[in-house]
Write a protein that binds this ligand. Sequence first.
Ligand SMILES: Cc1cc2nc3c(=O)[nH]c(=O)nc-3n(C[C@H](O)[C@H](O)[C@H](O)COP(=O)(O)O)c2cc1C
Length: 206
Amino acid sequence: MPYKIAIIVGSLREGSINRKVARSICGLKNDNLDCSMIEIGDLPLYNQDLDTNPPEQWTRFRQQVGSADGVLFCSPEYNRGIPGVLKNAIDIGSRPYGQSVFDKKPGAIVTASPGSIGGFGANHQIRQAAVFLNMPLMQAPEAYLGHVTDDSFDNSGCLKEGPLKELIKGLAQAFHDWVHMIHRSRQLLAEDGAHAAQQAKSKEHA
Ligand SMILES: Cc1cc2nc3c(=O)[nH]c(=O)nc-3n(C[C@H](O)[C@H](O)[C@H](O)COP(=O)(O)O)c2cc1C
């Protein structure tokens, strides 16, 4: 079974290069990741007062992220930081307190920019929030994609053949392996726990 991956794109722009990178990941012909892009442009600004009766867009977003096996952030850098729209989505998913949909969810971060440092600042601000949110984050390969322009993509909006596409393929495979390791380890630990409990019960009745 492929892992269900929620991709959150930090740009609302129609021709966004980050959206195109996300689309390219969705379009990779592998059968181990089932990717979908989650809409964040319609999310009303986070306001804690609304948590008692949340807007339907918040509920929809929380459900979509909550039901995924992993989360991939694909984002531009705005003024060396996280675009406001993405921070808003992260804040919405993180609340109400104790009910964060990001908790324990494996994650990875890709930032793309026409600039040469590839959104490094935004990448690490997303990482900082995700660490606080208790997301096990893939460490490597890091993905600060610099010098990405419209020219990097074909007419269908997917990455052209070349080193960048190869890097993205490697990243998708590494993310699959990361998500698999986390979920499989949890499954094995749960089985171990159940086995130990069963043994303790058998000893009680011996
Ligand atoms: C408000 C704003 C701030 C920006 N700040 C940065 C920045 O700090 N670093 C950077 O590399 N590019 C910056 N850019 C340029 C973006 O990297 C570029 O517009 C990119 O295409 C945006 O990503 P998108 O194509 O996915 O929308 C900024 C663009 C905007 C609109």
